[in-house]
Design a protein around this ligand. Structure first.
Ligand code: RRO
Length: 310
C-alpha cells in the first residue's frame, strides 16, 4: 500500500498529516490525543511569553462550510509548552514536534526565540506571523518590511530549524514580493495558510461570535481554493530548500491530495479536526492512500508539486 511518510528538513514523519495550530493543542490533554492518533506529529497552540486568556466568548463557531474564530491567542504561556515538549523528547526520542510561537511585540518574539535557542528543544519552530484576531495587532506578514526586518534579526542568533505561518495573499505581485523576502532567509518551511482574516458569518440577523463585532478568521471549505493557490504560488517561487506545509480546507483525502499536488510536503487539519476530533486523521489518511493506490503513486514525492496545467 502507498506510504504517506514525509520529511521536513532533516526530520522524518510517519504520516504527512498533523493538526493546525489552534485546534487540539491548547494543553497536554489535547496534545496527547494528537500524539496518540494517526497524525505524524503535532504543533502546539501559538505560545506567547505570558499566558493569555484571549478574547471574550463565544469566540469559535463551526458552520456547514467551515468555521469562524476570534480566539485572541489564548494560551498557557511559553514555559508550559516548552516543558511538555522537553518531556516528550525524553519519552518519544524518535519523534519530532512543532512549537508554535509569537511575541506580542518584536522584542517578545526575540525573547521567546532566544529562549528556544538556549533550550534543549530539538524540534521545529513555527513562528506565527498571521494571527488575525488580536485587537490592535495587524497580521505581521501583511507588512513585508516589518517581516524582513524581523527575520533578519532572528536569523542573526537563531540557528535551529524555523518556519513561518503565513496569512493568505490574494495578488500575484504580493506572491512575488513575499517570496523574494522569504528567499533571503534559511527558512526550513513556510505554512500556507492561516485562516482568512476578518470575515463575517451571520445567523439570521446576528453575528456568530462576540469579539470584534463578529469579525473572525475563516477556515474550512471556504478557504481551500485560496489555500491551494498560496501553496502553489510559493512552491513555484521559493528556493527548493524551503518546504511547504499546506493548511486550509482539508476535509477529505482528496483535499490533501490537491494540497500535495500544489507542492505541500505536510498537510495540517484545523476546522475538520475541530468538527470530527482526532479520528479524522485515520479517515483522511486512508482516503489519501486509496487515491494514491488507484493512481499507482507509492510515495508522496511521486506526485508532490506535479500539478498539471492546461
Ligand atoms: O488565537 C487566535 O485567535 C488565532 C490565531 Br493565534 C491564529 O493564528 N489564527 C486564528 O485563526 N486564530
Amino acid at each position: 500500500m502507498a506510504s504517506t511518510k514525509i520529511h521536513i528538513g532533516k526530520f522524518n514523519f510517519e504520516n504527512c498529516f498533523m493538526n493546525a495550530a489552534g485546534v487540539y493543542c491548547f494543553d497536554r490533554e489535547e496534545l496527547e490525543k494528537i500524539l496518540n492518533s494517526e497524525a505524524g506529529t503535532f504543533v502546539t497552540k501559538t505560545a506567547t511569553l505570558s499566558p493569555r486568556d484571549g478574547n471574550p466568548t463565544p469566540r469559535y463557531q463551526d458552520v456547514p462550510l467551515g468555521s469562524i474564530n476570534s480566539m485572541g491567542l489564548p494560551n498557557l504561556g511559553f514555559d508550559y509548552y516548552l516543558e511538555y515538549l522537553l518531556e516528550l523528547q525524553k519519552t518519544h526520542p524518535d519523534r519530532t514536534f512543532f512549537f508554535s510561537l509569537v511575541g506580542m511585540s518584536p522584542e517578545d518574539t526575540h525573547t521567546l526565540l532566544k529562549r528556544v535557542q538556549e533550550s534543549e528543544f530539538n524540534g521545529l519552530v513555527e513562528l506565527n506571523l498571521s494571527c488575525p484576531n488580536v485587537p490592535g495587532k495587524p497580521q505581521i506578514a501583511y507588512d513585508l518590511e516589518t517581516t524582513e526586518k524581523l527575520l533578519t534579526e532572528i536569523f542573526s542568533y537563531f540557528k535551529k530549524p524555523l518556519g513561518i505561518k503565513l496569512p493568505p495573499y490574494f495578488d500575484m505581485v504580493h506572491f512575488d514580493q513575499a517570496a523574494a523576502v522569504f528567499n533571503k532567509f534559511p527558512l526550513t518551511f513556510i505554512n500556507c495558510v492561516n485562516s482568512i482574516g476578518n470575515g463575517l458569518i451571520l445567523d439570521d440577523e446576528t453575528v456568530l461570535i462576540k469579539p470584534k463585532d463578529g469579525f473572525g478568521g475563516i477556515g474550512g471549505e471556504y478557504v481551500k481554493p485560496t489555500a491551494l493557490a498560496n501553496v502553489h504560488a510559493f512552491y513555484k517561487r521559493l528556493n527548493p530548500s524551503i518546504q511547504i506545509i499546506g493548511t486550509g480546507g482539508v476535509l477529505t483525502g482528496r483535499d490533501a491530495f490537491e494540497h500535495i499536488l500544489c507542492g505541500a510536503s505536510m498537510v495540517q487539519i484545523g476546522t475538520t479536526l475541530h468538527k470530527e476530533g482526532p479520528e479524522a486523521f485515520k479517515r483522511i489518511t486512508e482516503e489519501l492512500k486509496a487515491i494514491m493506490d488507484e493512481k499507482g503513486y507509492k510515495t508522496i514525492e511521486d506526485f508532490r508539486g506535479k500539478l498539471k496545467y492546461l
